[in-house]
Write a protein that binds this ligand. Structure first.
Ligand SMILES: CC(C)(COP(=O)(O)OP(=O)(O)OC[C@H]1O[C@@H](n2cnc3c(N)ncnc32)[C@H](O)[C@@H]1OP(=O)(O)O)[C@@H](O)C(=O)NCCC(=O)NCCS
Length: 403
């Protein structure tokens, strides 16, 4: 029925399903695999898992990548949609907000759904950091440095993490290492209990020599100890605090998720894994970009009328331990609070930049299903050049059992 343009009502947006490839170490498992093939595989898997969705009902496809050249270029949302077998009538576009690219693909499409422009949409993210190392092809305007718009260290993410350690001396290297160790331990436990596997789509992977393997699990998680972590180099500063053990690594991988209006999900028989409550993006000084998730979360909470106490589960991207610890300190949450990253995070699993936001959401959706006592959950991450991104979700299982 045509809607009266003068009387618009925002529509409820739901997260139907999310998937991801296993994440590889940069240039290892997927060295000979095209980046676009990773996200295409995710889109195909979403369609396979949701057979009641007629592909022609997908109204838009937005795929994020930080480095949009080569096999991550050519308006990847459009080309990936075509190559995934969606009808040619389905449009698509590319999106970039560095690490929060996938998260921004979700909020952009969700806003379009709420506005009434789409009923069903697919958001994705991909980063092949082996094929496209961070900073590939960038040409920063010399004014940025010459006019002291930002500190030169702002362009090196690990250096911004060291800067945040400087500003927040209560976050010691020992605390960051302990958080890194916990991430590995929680991920190992989650794998042992079969919690992470349902999100993964197996991927035919080609290594650097052209040999094929089947990727079924993340490549980066590893066993470690406080002693081993204490001995690691601090590559971003002599005698610094940031190491390979308390930072996310360099990774290759992709994610995708299906979003719909609540009405379209009901009409098409699509499951509702989460309901979007609201979101917030915020800018901070670029040289301490890891602080970003704190103001973006304050903003998202204020706009949704929620308080931090309302949040029962947190999926915080672990680009660096100091980033999560700064967030936890700000909100008075303990480092080992069981609501935070219960299945580990990017320090263990990996962080293929633009894809990670949808990994956080996909994982939160599964945690919601296990926790009907939790009503609200939050996904948040820091973003290069000084930003934070936060999306708040409601648990439909709570609504069923407790309302
Ligand atoms: C931190 C960083 C520089 C490390 O890169 P790297 O040196 O290539 O990392 P490696 O995996 O080779 O690890 C370095 C060493 O630490 C060891 N190591 C890594 N993690 C470990 C752990 N958890 N426990 C024990 N040892 C570990 C490795 O085995 C390796 O040892 P070796 O030198 O004896 O081979 C890199 O991962 C990085 O830049 N991360 C941040 C990415 C980023 O900025 N993302 C964007 C965020 S906004």
């Amino acid at each position: 029925m045509p809607r009266d343009a003068a009387v618009r009502t925002a529509r409820d947006v739901v997260f139907v399903d999310g998937v991801r490839t296993p994440f590889g170490k940069a240039g290892s498992l997927y060295a000979g695999t095209r980046a676009d093939d990773l996200v295409i595989r995710c889109i195909r898997e979403l369609l396979r898992r949701n057979p009641t969705l007629p592909p022609e009902r997908v109204d838009e496809v937005a795929v994020a990548a930080t480095t949009q050249i080569g096999d991550q270029g050519l308006t990847i949302g459009r080309t990936a949609a075509l190559l995934a077998g969606l009808p040619k009538s389905v449009p698509g576009f590319a999106i970039d907000r560095m690490c929060a690219g996938g998260m921004t693909a979700v909020t952009t499409l969700a806003s379009g759904i709420a506005f009434g422009a789409y009923d069903v949409a697919i958001a994705g993210g991909v980063e092949h950091m082996g094929r496209h190392p961070m900073g590939e092809g960038v040409d920063p305007n010399p004014r940025i440095i010459a006019e002291k718009l930002v500190d030169p260290s702002a362009l090196v993410m690990g250096a911004t993490a060291e800067n945040l350690h400087d500003r927040l001396p209560a976050i010691t290297k020992e605390r960051a290492d302990r958080f890194g160790l916990a991430s590995q331990e929680k991920t190992a436990k989650a794998y042992a209990e079969g919690k992470l596997q349902p999100d993964l789509v197996t991927m035919a992977a080609r290594d650097a020599e052209g040999a094929w393997t089947l990727a079924t699990v993340d490549e980066a998680p590893r066993e470690t100890s406080m002693e081993k972590l204490a001995g690691l180099r601090t590559p971003f500063r002599p005698h610094g605090r940031v190491t390979a053990g308390n930072a996310a690594g360099l990774n290759d991988g992709a994610t995708a998720c299906l979003l719909a209006s609540a009405e379209a999900a009901a009409e098409l028989g699509l499951p509702v894994a989460m309901r979007l409550v609201g979101y917030g993006f915020a800018g901070v000084e670029p040289e301490v970009m890891c602080y970003g998730p704190t103001p973006s979360t304050e903003k998202a909470l204020a706009r949704t009328g929620l308080s931090i106490e309302d949040i029962g589960l947190f999926e915080l991207n672990e680009a660096f331990a100091v980033q999560v610890l700064a967030f936890l300190d700000h909100f008075g949450i303990a480092d080992d609070d069981p609501r935070v990253n219960p299945w580990g995070g990017a320090i263990a699993i990996g962080h293929p930049l633009a894809s990670s936001g949808i990994r956080l959401m996909t994982q939160l959706a599964r945690e919601f299903a296990e926790h009907p006592e939790v009503r609200y959950g939050l996904t948040a991450m820091c973003v290069g050049i000084g930003q934070g991104a936060t999306v708040i979700w409601e648990n439909p299982h709570y609504a069923k059992e407790n309302l």
